[in-house]
Design a protein around this ligand. Structure first.
Ligand code: IPE
Ligand code: IPE
Ligand code: MG
Length: 252
């Protein structure tokens, strides 16, 4: 596969519809609290919002959707919530993979997967294997993922494979070892739930991504919410370091 273009080494092609959308799905807990429900009820509704999102993204022609499901810092939550999140992840994989496969969606799970337990490891391998040749959309789920972890694991893997490169590593050397090394960088980043931070998500890949923050809580994120994010994206001027005159002169 050709190496995807880097936003710092070149100017990526950027169309009207983002090729790659990366999302921090935040606000499940607050959605539940507003309804006097347990937090897990918010996570369950959040899973339903994922299903809707994937359908809408495929319909719009988005090629890559990357979702932050569980961060390397989320282990700090109460053990009961962590355990319920893992159970929900298991049942979502059990119940959704064949439907995603029928919809021609390639599923990838990224992160430090060794800590997720044997059942999840098996389901993840099965999902990868079953859907690897699908072409409609690549759905990447980040689980026990951290942007710093990703950069460090890529660097260490590169140096194991090419010890002679120590001291002279280039971007082009490193990128194939990153978890998302075969995908274009995200064009659009969305964070729901009102917080305006990256929370250790795709630190390397977000270098030139357009950032969009919304107060909408993740379980409420619907087709209209996605349309609003894309409309905002379509009004941005993506200069990648150039001047407005160089890149984005209005059509006469
Ligand atoms: C995001 O929703 C889901 C995960 C981090 C797993 P939260 O659980 O963070 O919801 P809030 O931020 O407490 O509302
Ligand atoms: C970020 O949400 C991680 C996921 C959505 C999986 P958090 O709710 O954990 O983020 P912080 O810790 O408040 O920044
Ligand atoms: Mg949160």
């Amino acid at each position: 596969m050709a190496q995807p273009q880097s936003s710092t080494l070149g100017i990526p092609l950027s169309g009207k519809v983002p090729r790659h959308v990366a999302i921090i799905m935040d606000g499940n807990g607050r959605w539940a609290r507003q309804r006097l429900l347990p937090r897990i009820a918010g996570h369950r509704r959040g899973s339903e919002a994922v299903r809707t999102l994937v359908e809408n993204a495929a319909r719009l022609g988005i090629e890559y959707v990357t979702l932050f499901a569980f961060s390397s810092e989320n282990w700090r939550r109460p053990a009961e919530e962590v355990s319920m999140l893992m159970q929900l992840f298991i049942s979502n994989l059990e119940n959704e993979i064949s439907r995603l496969h029928r919809a021609n969606i390639r599923v990838r799970i990224i992160g430090d997967l060794g800590r997720l337990g044997p059942r999840l490891e098996t389901l993840i391998s099965q999902a990868h294997e079953l859907t690897q040749n699908n072409t409609r959309l690549t759905l990447t789920i980040a689980a026990n993922y951290g942007g710093r972890w990703d950069i460090l694991q890529a660097f260490n893997a590169l140096l194991r494979a090419h010890p002679e490169k120590a001291g002279a590593v280039t971007e082009t050397d490193l990128v194939p070892f990153l978890s998302m090394g075969d995908a274009p960088e995200p064009d659009l980043f969305i964070r729901t739930g009102g917080e305006q931070r990256i929370s250790n998500f795709l630190l390397w890949q977000l270098a030139y991504t357009e950032l969009y923050f919304t107060e909408t809580l993740w379980p409420d994120f619907d087709a209209a919410s996605l349309d609003a994010a894309i409309q905002s994206f379509q009004q941005r001027e993506r200069r990648f370091g150039r001047t407005s005159e160089q890149c984005c002169a209005p059509e006469s």
